[in-house]
Design a protein around this ligand. Structure first.
Ligand code: HEC
Length: 146
């Protein structure tokens, strides 16, 4: 019986986390992403991915941080490893160019809200520019290999 109740509450907790995600302020701790090893970008949002042409050690760090930040903050809706399970769009499909960047920035800044329901939280409230461009760079790197 206790086991039954326990597994039920875990189930409900999982559902709640899935549907409301980070939108419920204060109820979910945003996943901290340590971006101290990445080139700094400042407060002003870049129009295009400033990390796209990074090379060598910088690029390795960008992809490492991007992969982990994605898996902690985006994967539960957009799919593990960037492969969408159908809940939310497959982010590997966004073109690695100006148009793709523009749409990416729009969505991470505004999230997706319809009729008051939050389908995607505003990710810029939880992650800085460095983390979000690192995620985008990582997504571009996995879409290259498809
Ligand atoms: C709670 C679920 C959820 C989480 C978490 C989430 N998203 Fe989303 N995202 C969605 C949904 C649903 C859509 C589709 C919205 C629509 O079309 O109205 C979407 C759309 C997008 C789009 C537009 C894609 C397109 O092809 O139109 C981008 C870019 C995006 N998300 C980036 C991210 C990033 C980056 C993260 C993590 C930092 C993230 N999302 C976390 C649910 C989520």
């Amino acid at each position: 019986m206790i086991r039954h109740i326990l597994s039920r509450s875990i189930f409900i907790a999982a559902i709640t986390t899935c549907s409301f995600g980070l939108a419920a302020h204060g109820s979910v701790t945003p996943q901290g992403v340590d971006t101290s090893t990445l080139p700094e970008l400042g407060e002003e949002w870049s129009d295009t991915n400033p990390y796209r042409d990074a090379e060598g050690h910088d690029r390795e760090e960008i992809l490492r941080v991007g992969s982990s930040a994605y898996n902690q903050n985006c994967a539960r809706c957009h799919g593990l490893g960037g492969v969408s399970g159908g809940i939310a769009p497959d982010l590997r499909m966004l073109a690695p160019d100006y148009d793709g960047d523009e749409w990416y920035v729009y969505r991470v800044q505004n999230g997706a809200v319809r009729n008051g329901a939050v389908y995607m939280p505003k990710m810029t409230e939880h992650l800085n520019q460095e983390a979000l461009w690192a995620i985008r760079s990582w997504l571009e790197s996995v879409s290259d290999t498809q």
